[in-house]
Design a protein around this ligand. Sequence first.
Ligand SMILES: Nc1ncnc2c1ncn2[C@@H]1O[C@H](COP(=O)(O)OP(=O)(O)OP(=O)(O)O)[C@@H](O)[C@H]1O
Length: 303
Amino acid sequence: MGDRTLEIDRVSKRFGKVTALDSVTFDVRPGELFGFVGSNGAGKTTTMRIVLGVLAADSGEVRFDGAAVTHETRTRIGYLPEERGLYPKMKVLDQLVYLAQLHGFSANEAHRGAESWIERLGLAERRGDEVQKLSLGNQQRVQLAAALVHEPDVLVLDEPFSGLDPIAVDVMSDVLREKAATGVPVVFSSHQLDLVERLCDRVGIIRSGQIVACDSVSGLTAGAASRITVLAPDAPAGWAAHLPGVRVLSENGDGTLVELAPDIDDQTVLAAALATGPVREFTRHHPSLTELFRSAVTGEAAS
Ligand SMILES: Nc1ncnc2c1ncn2[C@@H]1O[C@H](COP(=O)(O)OP(=O)(O)OP(=O)(O)O)[C@@H](O)[C@H]1O
């Protein structure tokens, strides 16, 4: 694939007896925001470190734009590491200029880039402050600026939203969307699944070092069980109990809550309800990403 896709291809990694990654495979396409989610210790950081070459894989390959990522081409990746990586005593502007120059920018270009990201990320009043004197959220903004200041072709961000206030979350989200809109593949890990659901084009779920789901949120949802609330006031108790592929979760004056197996047509439930008399409510609830995530990491059906 020579089209600015980031490909993680059957990457495996062991630490002693621990299999951290077991043939992890997914791709992040140009212009795509890809959410990488999984429980603590599932393998997200290890995957990202391998993409960046901070760690070597035992087997498998990472490619960008059709070619294996090398030490040289890694400079095209913007990385926000989980452990953060700023020089605490360096001032915000100096730090960003320095990092841009490390990536080959001239002093002028580096200053222009640094100033523009400082402005964009709301750090103008902090530009002369030492990083260690900033609040955690502002340090995170500087860290994002550091990942962006060399105008990378790929963005790999390890929990960029952790510790941010809602305004900073909005700024971060806008910047990631903008970068993706320019054709940059953007992958980020997060435990904030509502945010991932809102932002991402596709989501990969990793469990114990294996990718267990990878699709758009709607694609993941479509394959999962869904629930329906049916309000049929004249229906006798137990009216839905024997419908194939249907599980009754509750039944009371507010209606009957049923869960459908993924391949069951909801119209059969509607027809059965109508056969009992009028149907006043028929509401389908698709599982949220949080519910899908729970089912993917526990192996139980999503609800
Ligand atoms: N340097 C290391 N030495 C030994 N084991 C490691 C090392 N780094 C990671 N691991 C192990 O590899 C597994 C995957 O860890 P990783 O940090 O990639 O998970 P994660 O999904 O990023 O978790 P979190 O959400 O908690 O950040 C865990 O079992 C972890 O203990």
